[in-house]
Structure formats: C-alpha cells, structure tokens
Design a binder for this molecule. Structure first.
Ligand code: PLP
Length: 405
C-alpha cells in the first residue's frame, strides 16, 4: 500500500486544517447556536438581479459563448475595467492593468504569498490575524513576525527584514477593530523605511455601520507616492460579502508589474476565474452594488447591535469585548486565567453554542508574539436578536461557572 505520508512535500508540514471548516462539518447535525463562523446571510443575496443577469446571458448567443469559454487569466476585461473605475471613484486612481481577478480574495492571498515568500522568509502579520490568510501563507514556509499592537512600537530597527506585512485595516477578522488613520500612515512609513510590501485585505471595507470611512492603505499610498506604480501596497478585494461568496470573484489591485507576475501565477494555478461568474457579477454590480451594500449594512448593523446588547446584559464585569463599527465579528476577552479553548469546548458540548477560540487566529512560531488564550471570536452575521440573546446568555452562565472554579 502506498505510504502517502512519505510522499507529501515538506511544505505540507506546516499546513493544518482550519478549525472553523472542521467545526462546521461537525455542526451540521446538531441544534447548535452558531456564534462562530462568519458566513454572509443568504437573506441578503441579490437573487432577482442574478436571475435577470443570467437570463440576459443565455438569451444572447454571443454573450453565452463568452460566458462558457475560458476567460483571460487576468480576468474578464469589462469587469477589470469596472473594478478599476470603482477604485478610482472611491479614492484609489488606477487602470485596468492594475487589476487581477481571482477566485475570491482567498486566492489573492495565496497568490501574493506565492509571489513574495521563499521558504524561511519573514511574513509579518497582525496579531491576531484572519485564519484563512495564515493557512495560505503557511504553505510557503515563512517565519512569522507579529506586527506589534501599539503603533509606537512600529520601528524599523526591530521590524525590518519582512517581505510583507498583512493587515485588514477595516473591521478586522477576527477582532472587528479598525486601524486609525494615524496607524495607516505609520504603517506606510514603516513600509517606506523597511522596503517591505503591505498586503491590505479589503474584505470588509464596504460593511461600515457607523462612523466616517477611513481611506484605505491603497488610496493613502497612491496619494503619498503620486502613482499606483510606485506604491508598496497590494490590496485584495472581494464581492463575497457584498453580493455572494459562491461566485468566487475577488481581485488584487496593485502596481502593474506585480500584477503581471501574479497573472503568471494565476495561469499556472487554474488558468482563469469562471467567465460566467465574472459576467454575472458585472451585470449585478453595475446596477445593484450600492443597494446590496446598503441592505447588508442594514441587516448586519441590527445584528451587531443585538449581539452587543446581549453581551452587555449577560456577561460578568470581568469580561471585555470590542465594539466593531462594521464587519461581522466581535472579539471577547475572558478573565486572564481562563482558557478560551476549554471554554469553547464546554460551550459546544454543554450549552450547544459554537464559538471560535482566539488561539486559532495566531500564527505558528512567531517569536515576538504571546498567544492570548483567554480570547474568542463571535460572529453576528447569521444570528438574529433571539438566538444571539440565548447564545450569549448561555456563554455568560458558563463564564460564571468556570470563573469560580
Ligand atoms: C478577512 C478575510 N479575508 C478574506 C476572506 C476570503 O473571502 P473570499 O475568498 O470569499 O473573498 C475572508 C473570508 O471570510 C475574510 O474574512
């Protein structure tokens, strides 16, 4: 019998299953209150607009031919143009050559790591960080360095040598927090002095529920350097949270030279993103993006509010949590001595509530990072006011139980 373990490449050593994906398999069978996973709510998908776009494609043989053919590796031209114009309109002047279409922004993160990381190179990441990004980077065998929480500690003497720094400035997954304008400028300063690239994950940028928008790193860098071709930023974007994730359409925006290299990676990886899905999306975003974003914000704002109220009503004083202005997540800090991994196991086994313990969001082996084991992530994306209250009530009971032991 073949010994598969002896055949796997060394890059697979660091690759582990996502806690969340594994847990979702387990959860399918039980009456669980899901406060863990951050799937978009299917209620907000634009069914009618997608149906109309689909019918228009099948009704026109020339469009249908294009839809069923291989798309160019860099992406369907009209969609790339639309994205470039959208970014230009929203403060990041760029052209079609600055855009690569990817299968969701997850593929963008994988490609950027493939572009920049040789084994043993340093990847700097926010602490904690999006699990999907960490898992994508793991396969390229980096050494991890944590971006210190306090921007006063962002000094070139201690933080140089990284190939890139990965950040999600708006409503981060997992903490829900947002990088201030000063922090964004400080990070651009650090990139300019160290020569590293910045990988900006723009996944939640459009999902802002209160407060004024803060310019992206992409737009600040273009303003600072005068031209997208001179900037250190690659930004990943996606329609997963504003239209629908199953279409798997996202993009990378950045200097044309890096985009050309990324196109070669795309070619070697899967040739191209589905032309049909790109065309469907283009038709929908042309007329419905603003309405879809507005609807998503209305639904998720109400859910965030009920989750925050449930926390305020049910958690003991020693528990702290973030107050996200957008996105899908709240980050909760238990008293220092509590282990959130044990807490999450007990919440699921004894109270049928699923959460994701914070340790999952830390990179393996980062020398300057201490894992905060008393943390966990909640998501409110699919949770109405009633289950949020019931779920958080049960978590409150468990905190009190565990805190006195
Ligand atoms: C921060 C962040 N980036 C990227 C992604 C990947 O999304 P997609 O590949 O659907 O664009 C997610 C998905 O939840 C995410 O939370």
């Amino acid at each position: 019998m073949t010994d598969w373990n002896s055949l796997y490449a060394s890059r697979m050593d660091g690759v582990v299953a996502s806690d969340i994906r594994e847990r979702m398999k387990l959860l399918a069978a039980r009456e669980i209150i899901h406060l863990g996973g951050g799937l978009p709510d299917p209620e907000i998908f634009p069914y009618d607009a997608l149906s109309a776009a689909s019918q228009a494609i099948w009704a026109d043989r020339a469009l249908a031919r294009t839809a069923l053919q291989y798309a160019p590796s860099e992406g369907h031209g009209p969609l790339r143009t639309w994205i470039a114009e959208y970014l230009t309109r929203t403060g990041s002047p760029c052209g079609v050559d600055n855009i690569l279409i990817t299968n969701g922004s997850q593929q963008g993160l994988d490609f950027i790591a493939k572009l920049l990381l040789s084994p043993g190179d340093t990847a700097m990441v926010e602490i904690p960080s999006f699990i999907g990004a960490l898992r994508a980077f793991d396969a390229y065998q980096p050494r991890y360095l944590g971006l210190p929480e306090d921007a006063d500690d962002w000094r070139a003497e201690t933080l140089s040598g990284a190939k890139f720094c990965y950040v999600g400035p708006d409503f981060r997954n997992p903490t829900g927090t947002t990088m201030t304008l000063d922090e964004r400028n400080a990070l651009l300063d650090l990139a300019d002095t160290t020569g590293m690239a910045l990988v900006e994950d723009g996944c939640y940028e459009q999902l802002r529920y209160d407060g004024a928008p803060i310019p992206s790193l992409l737009s600040l860098a273009i303003a600072r350097h005068g031209d997208i071709e001179k900037i250190p930023v690659l930004q990943t974007g996606t329609f997963s949270k504003t239209i629908a994730p199953s279409l798997r359409v996202g993009w990378i925006a950045g200097p044309a030279d890096a985009i050309r290299k990324l196109v070669l990676i795309k070619q070697a990886s899967d040739l191209a993103t589905s032309a049909l899905n790109q065309m469907l999306l283009l038709e929908v975003v042309k007329t419905h993006l603003d309405a879809s974003i507005a609807e998503a914000c209305t639904v998720y704002r109400a859910r965030r509010d009920s989750m925050l109220k449930a926390l305020a009503d049910n958690m003991p004083e020693a528990v702290r949590w973030t107050m996200p202005e957008g996105g899908l997540y709240v980050w909760v800090e238990l008293p220092d001595h509590m282990d959130a991994t044990v807490f999450a196991q007990r919440a699921l086994a004894e109270h049928s509530v699923s959460i994701i313990s914070g340790a999952a969001f830390y990179p393996a082996g980062a020398s300057n990072v201490a894992v905060r084991r008393n943390t966990f992530r909640l998501s409110f994306s699919m949770i109405g006011a009633d289950p949020a209250r019931t779920g958080v009530e049960r978590l409150g009971v468990l905190v009190r139980e565990m805190a006195v032991v």
